[in-house]
Design a protein around this ligand. Structure first.
Ligand code: SF4
Length: 899
């Protein structure tokens, strides 16, 4: 008998939009998800990632038991929690005793809950006595924090999502909102549809789906952001579109900035910005003449060597025009992770303290020491993310605790990061997944609970605090993150004899939260009246309690109540192209993947929009250099080299190259794009310039090809099975010249391996791969051509093709993949299985690129209807494409525009 379905309200664990979800579970299994119609961030809508959250609730890859490597000379082995935490406490205590508290560090994550953050923060500062605690949020929004603090006096987003419906101009800067914050973008689309007069200006080097929706797209040169917004301010001044009374009454520093602006005319900066002077003037006029301009920004501004100046230059536009603090207007930084805001609020970064306190402020340290009942807090600044890994390499830091993040995939200059992790004396990795790139470096791997298994709170981009609730228990021995941190703290306290047991006497996340909110009393984010119970009763709540907007009285958070204009750094990027590295690398996101793919990478259908890694360059560059679409290329920067297929894209300009940030070692035989990126940081925010680098691209001569596809066909366990096969294959790819390991399909999911090499692979390695996929010769049809060194093998189950291996010649790989996904009967394929044939023998085996992932509608289906005269409503009526999450609507509009 089917178990009854339980429903639990929680929050999506991907982006900072913070959509409410309702998790459906049966017994201890998560079986479905739907949008929460009552959550004010999304009103029931979810994007493709949110809609498939439940599909990542798989067993394979989960860390379910502590794994300890007693020494680097022995293999890791399962152990008990008691022993694991004792060893961790002993190792940390020994290092602290011998080398002092700053010889250890904690590197945490914007995916932790507020309660998790708080316990880790207290553990580092109040027990260990170090400020070496930083978050992976350093990589995505620390420049926004620094810009808000430098200009408005506090790290507080002054706007809310409702402002989208009230604005008359949206300036979207360095943000592909359509991909990174899809539900925010749905609100933007809805607002534009309802009020066609709403103007949208997008500033982005690439013509993204977001840019395609703009009334004006400024495809600025990489790194020219601060220059562009300063030139816009120059125009506002010149044309009398500023608000001198507001500037005089509510701001400081304008005169100093004004002299810097004098030189920054549109004509003077147009070339450096890569846009026409008249477009800069047009954008400035649109901003200046708007009654309610709302600016969104994200990583395009933040991930820069002058990310703080970029954010500040954008905020200056609002301050100079007085367009801030009222409905529909203001500078709105979007957060990339679900609880990056919680990390800011709990001060879980090297330079911050809970309750928006500053580490550098003695009064803030003293007040927190009193609240925590410790004599004093450490004063020495902690190391930020990049500094922290440098300190592991040079030995200043000897032990690191990494929680819920994957620095061996996400930090820039990965060769350096891996050296750091190898140099460390003791590496603890606390994660839900045991197969991340970073887990491979763990001396101790601690299994953590994840989405659907955790209880606590998160804060989204608009300062809205939501309850996160557990629908099922974590698998095996996995535990909640706050509890792991607490249990470690209690043991470490014992080893150090610090007498701080009482400071960690939390029995539930609700108790942790109750203590955390007491640290906010009297602060700008005072939420002392909130608790888990109050949030349960009230639902998602903005801070300060119930305030939709900040600075409505135009009193800013500096002691004198005045906002600040600051000088602007107008340098472009850390690296500029030259003869050896002539391409400019741009990094960004795919529509249906999230971050390092540790979760979305386990969901086959999320690969259908972008099936494999690739590097995109402009068609003119491809043609000029005589390169062919799909050709494998060596992509080199001054730090590393990777191999990727090349693809033509009109989203980038000539001279630019785009690589998505998501692909890593679980998808490739080598590192992803962060093998190439540069670890140079903004001097204020310490955020690295992950967006840009200089590249050389040249053909990779890897003539030998192999394609392997394996699907369990239709079965309830099919999804779990392909993940298991993929996990078996991943370790076999080490040392390949090029290999891409991906998933695909829906009802009939499959695992796909593509290999290219300079020389044919040894037979033993081919057999290893076949064995891992349960395709030994005995159960498969086999074809061999020893003269051409070709081996082909097909597995057939229940009259369907369920496995194919094409080694030495793989022309038929694409249509065989389509045939397996579609479940084409074997009779239609049998005689063609081993033919060197690129064209499908039957129409049902033709490869199809899926555009609407929710409803599984392909580009070919859409093109057919467009050719028959369909417009968008007709397409939505006939094919249903774009009627679920809506993420594909922009792409459909672009197809319609080309007819
Ligand atoms: Fe999740 Fe998508 Fe909402 Fe972001 S926009 S929170 S990824 S459902």
């Amino acid at each position: 008998m089917d178990r009854p379905l339980n429903e639990t309200r929680s929050v999506c664990c991907y982006c900072g939009t913070g959509c409410g979800v309702i998790i459906q579970s049966a017994g201890d299994r998560i079986v479905g998800v739907r949008g929460d119609p009552d959550h004010p961030a999304n009103f029931g809508k979810l994007c493709a990632k949110g809609n498939t959250l439940h599909l990542a609730a798989v067993r394979t890859g989960r860390a379910t038991v502590p794994i300890l490597r007693e020494s680097r000379a022995v293999l890791p082995a399962p152990t008990s929690w008691d022993y694991a935490l004792d060893v961790a406490a002993e190792r940390f205590a020994a290092i602290i005793r011998e080398h002092g508290p700053d010889a250890v560090a904690f590197y945490v994550s914007g995916q932790l809950l507020t309660e998790d953050y708080y316990v880790f923060n207290k553990l580092a500062r109040a027990l260990v006595g170090t400020n070496n605690i930083d978050s992976n949020s350093r990589l995505c929004m620390s420049s926004a924090v620094a810009a808000y603090k430098a200009t408005l006096g506090s790290d507080a987003v002054p706007c809310c999502y409702e402002d989208i419906e009230l604005a008359d101009l949206l300036l979207i800067a360095g943000s592909n909102t359509a991909y990174a914050h899809p539900i925010v973008f749905r609100r933007i689309e809805a607002a534009k549809e309802k009020r066609p007069d709403l103007k949208i200006v997008v500033v982005d080097p690439r013509r993204t789906d977001t840019a395609a929706a703009a009334d004006l797209h400024l495809a600025l040169a990489p790194g020219a952001d601060a220059l562009l917004y300063s030139a816009m301010l120059h125009v506002l001044l010149w044309e009398g579109l500023t608000d001198p009374a507001f500037i005089a009454q509510h701001t400081e520093g304008f005169n100093a900035l004004r002299s810097q602006l004098a030189e920054l005319t549109p004509g003077a900066v147009a070339a450096a910005c890569g846009v026409r002077a008249e477009d800069i003037v047009a954008a400035a006029r649109m901003f200046g003449q708007a009654k309610a301009p709302l600016s969104f920004w994200c990583q395009g501004l933040n991930q820069s060597i002058h990310g703080t100046a970029n954010g500040a230059a954008l905020i200056h536009l609002h301050l100079a025009t007085g367009k801030i603090g009222r409905p529909g207007m203001g500078p709105f930084s979007l957060t990339g992770q679900p609880n990056a805001m919680g990390g800011r609020e709990t001060g879980t970064m090297a330079n911050l303290l809970p309750g928006h306190r500053n580490l550098a402020d003695p009064a803030d340290r003293a007040e927190l020491a009193r609240l925590w009942n410790v004599p004093a807090l450490p004063e020495k600044p902690g190391k930020t993310a990049i500094e922290l890994f440098d300190a592991l390499t040079n030995g200043d830091i000897k032990a690191i605790w990494i929680a819920c993040t994957n620095p061996a995939q996400s930090l820039p200059d990965l060769a350096k990061v891996k050296t750091a992790l190898t140099h460390a004396k003791f590496v603890v990795v606390q994660d839900a997944w045991g197969d991340t790139e970073t887990a491979a470096f763990a001396d101790l791997l601690l299994p953590a609970a994840t989405w659907g298994e955790k209880d606590g709170t998160v804060t989204n981009s608009e300062r809205r605090i939501s309850r996160v609730r557990a629908a099922v228990p974590p698998p095996g021995a996995a535990r909640a993150d706050w509890r792991i941190a607490r249990d470690f703290a209690l043991r470490l306290d014992e080893k150090l004899g610090a007498g701080r047991t009482a400071q960690f006497a939390f029995d539930s996340p609700a108790e942790v939260y109750a203590e955390y909110v007491r640290t906010t009393v009297g602060r700008d984010l005072d939420i002392h009246e909130l608790s888990h119970a109050v949030l349960d009763a009230r639902g998602p709540t903005q801070w300060p309690t119930g305030a939709a907007r900040l600075y409505t009285d135009h009193r800013f958070a500096f002691p004198d109540g005045k906002a600040r204009f600051i000088p602007i750094d107008t340098q472009l990027t850390a690296e500029t192209p030259d003869a050896r590295h002539p391409f400019r690398l741009l990094t960004g996101r795919l529509r249906d993947q999230w971050h390092g793919m540790s979760r979305t990478g386990r969901i086959p259908r999320l690969y259908s929009h972008e099936p494999e890694p690739r590097i995109e360059i402009h068609p003119a560059d491809l043609q000029r250099r005589g390169w062919i679409d799909g050709q494998l290329m060596r992509v080199k920067s001054r730090r590393g080299e990777i191999v990727l297929p090349i693809a033509a894209s009109e989203e980038v300009r000539p001279g630019q190259a785009f690589v998505a940030m998501h692909w890593g070692r679980r998808s490739l035989s080598h590192d992803g794009v962060n093998a190439l990126t540069i670890p140079v940081c903004d001097p204020v925010s310490k955020q690295p310039e992950l967006k840009h680098a200089a590249l050389r691209i040249e053909p990779a001569v890897l003539p030998w090809r192999m394609r392997v596809l394996r699907s369990p066909g239709l079965s309830a366990e099919a999804h779990e099975k392909v993940i298991e096969w993929r996990a078996r294959l991943a370790p076999l790819l080490e040392g390949f010249d090029y290999a891409a390991l991906t998933l695909d399909g829906r009802e009939r999911p499959l695992v796909a391996l593509r290999v290219a090499a300079a020389e044919p692979l040894a037979i033993e390695r081919i057999e290893q791969i076949a064995d891992a996929l349960e395709m030994p010769e005995g159960v498969c049809l086999t074809y061999r051509d020893p003269a051409k060194r070709v081996i082909k093998r097909a597995r057939i189950d229940d009259e369907r093709l369920t496995g194919i291996l094409l080694a030495g010649e793989d022309l038929a790989g694409n249509w065989l993949r389509a045939a397996m996904k579609e479940g084409v009967p074997i009779d239609a394929l049998r005689r063609w299985l081993f033919a060197p044939r690129a064209e499908p023998p039957v129409a049902s085996a033709a490869p199809r690129r899926v555009i609407c992932n929710c409803l599984d509608v392909s580009e070919a289906d859409i093109q057919r209807e467009i050719a028959a005269g369909a417009d968008l409503p007709a397409l939505q009526e006939r094919l249903k494409c774009g009627t679920s999450c809506g993420a594909c609507v922009q792409e459909i509009k672009q197809l319609l525009g080309k007819r």
